[in-house]
Write a protein that binds this ligand. Structure first.
Ligand SMILES: Cc1cc2nc3c(=O)[nH]c(=O)nc-3n(C[C@H](O)[C@H](O)[C@H](O)COP(=O)(O)OP(=O)(O)OC[C@H]3O[C@@H](n4cnc5c(N)ncnc54)[C@H](O)[C@@H]3O)c2cc1C
Length: 426
């Protein structure tokens, strides 16, 4: 039997606002839609469905927000899919739809926080940083492209001679500030949204790994101690779904990403590091991402690991990277360290689709899922209700699989990523 786990030992778990404790699934239940997995994808789908009057049950193997949703960098970034990939494959109209989806996914999060008064430290201001002049050129081209397409937020190009206005680091040659994106406490957001869904009638079960799915005319999901019969199933296990649905195994590759949190910094030092309290990332494939928490810790993430093996000492591996950006933190104690699995799709396009008529899934946001999961949940609610425009766009994209299936996936991915990393270094 698969053992349920409590939250990982993260800064987020230590500072969660509600220690919600939902029951284990026992006995037989019936509903319109059963959702497997209570991360952002599952909770967003459940909340959208509950808002539209569906009777929803959520079955979570561990705890609400236990997976990537409760462990991530907390960076709220718009964009659902790389527009040029969609434009090239399906034309300008599909590109325009993808662009609109990119802003919509971020707006859903902001609207949820506002509507349900979710206390999750949401702050605006996002800084894309360039280490090399060529990256700065790409960023400037991106700004021009946004301006051509009436992007709704006023992007601010920060040249090298003004960089200290936004970051106390010598590592960068420039950046772009986006006032529409920002950062938040992801576990508190996920738990807050689960509470909203519950308020609207959704039933949530934790510590109930689903071990069997039945499709066909009478679908059901089974845990060891209970079963849920529904008209439709939503699979939202992403990088943690494992072999629950063999048709999805190997479609996304679980890659580890890691975060450290310093002790709380003095307000002077925090202001010196990030004068505008923005979230930051650089432009590399294996990127650094960081921000301040509400209690002024630096949360610094990075170091993607495609081997599936968690490093023995996350802090020892990440701290030198943090000090390369901010040598001022040489004496700061690291108080938390943790990691989680990102669901990577090979073409980096989120995977949405349908299995056997009445089972839907969404996964593979490839390291950029806080906002996109929220739109994926809405798209699932739309398709359940019969409206399929956005869902159809994504389900037309063929899911690339690595040859050899899931057992060979990680080494092959590691090679692929090494190739991109080499290209970057060159
Ligand atoms: C360290 C890290 C940093 C990241 N940083 C960022 C960031 O700053 N910004 C950003 O946009 N994205 C970031 N991401 C990615 C983002 O967190 C994910 O894309 C997003 O949270 C995925 O949400 P999800 O609900 O699809 O999956 P998850 O949150 O992983 O949820 C899946 C859930 O399904 C459950 N489950 C699986 N199988 C079963 C089963 N058989 N029965 C019942 N339940 C099951 C799991 O227990 C889990 O709770 C990061 C990810 C990681 C790991």
């Amino acid at each position: 039997m698969r053992r349920a786990e409590d939250h990982t030992n993260s800064y987020y778990a230590a500072t969660r606002k509600h220690v919600a404790d939902y029951p284990t699934l026992r006995g037989e239940h019936r509903c319109d839609v059963v959702v497997v997995g209570a991360g952002f994808t599952g909770i967003s789908a459940a909340l959208h469905l509950a808002e539209r009057g569906y009777d929803v049950v959520i079955v979570e193997a561990n705890r609400v927000g236990w997976g990537a949703s409760g462990r991530n960098g907390g960076q709220l970034i718009d964009g659902f899919v790389e527009i040029d990939k969609i434009e090239k494959r399906f034309g300008a109209e599909a590109g325009a739809l993808a662009r609109q989806m990119g802003t919509e996914c971020r707006d859903i999060v902001v609207q949820r926080v506002d509507q349900y008064e979710i206390d999750c430290d949401l702050k605006f201001g996002y800084l894309d940083l360039a280490i090399k002049p060529s990256e700065m050129q790409d960023l400037e081209e991106h700004v021009e492209d946004c301006e051509r397409h009436n992007y709704p937020h006023a992007l601010e190009v920060i040249p090298a001679d003004r960089i200290k206005e936004v970051i106390g680091s010598d590592r960068y040659v420039g950046g772009v500030m986006n006032p529409g994106n920002g950062h938040l406490h992801p576990l508190n957001l996920c738990i807050g949204e689960a509470r909203a869904a519950e308020m609207l009638g959704a039933r949530i079960f934790e510590r109930s790994p689903v071990v069997r799915l039945r499709h066909g005319s009478a679908p059901s999901v089974e845990a060891e101690t209970g079963v849920v019969h529904a008209h439709k199933i939503v699979l939202a296990g992403n990088a943690y779904l494992g072999n629950t649905e063999p048709r999805l195994a190997g479609a996304v590759i679980p890659a580890g990403s890691y975060v450290i949190a310093t002790e709380p910094l003095s307000s002077e030092l925090a202001r010196e590091l990030l004068p505008r309290d923005s979230a930051c990332c650089d432009q590399r494939v294996a990127l650094d991402y960081y921000r301040l928490s509400a209690d002024r810790r630096l949360l610094f993430g990075g170091m993607c690991n495609y081997s599936g093996r968690e490093p023995k000492d996350i802090a020892a591996a990440l701290r030198p990277k943090m000090l390369r950006v901010f040598p001022q933190l040489a004496d700061a104690r690291i108080e938390y360290q943790w990691g989680g699995n990102i669901g990577i799709s090979i073409n980096r396009i989120p995977q949405l689709g349908r299995i056997q008529g009445n089972t839907y899934y969404a996964q593979g946001y490839s390291g950029h899922g806080v906002a996109p999961t929220h739109l994926a949940g809405k798209m699932i609610a739309d398709i359940v209700g019969g409206d399929s425009e956005q869902f159809d766009l994504l389900s037309r994209v063929r899911h690339m699989r690595l040859p050899g299936g899931k057992w060979f996936a990680n080494p092959a991915l590691a090679l692929g990523m090494l190739y991109y990393r080499l290209k970057e270094l060159l």
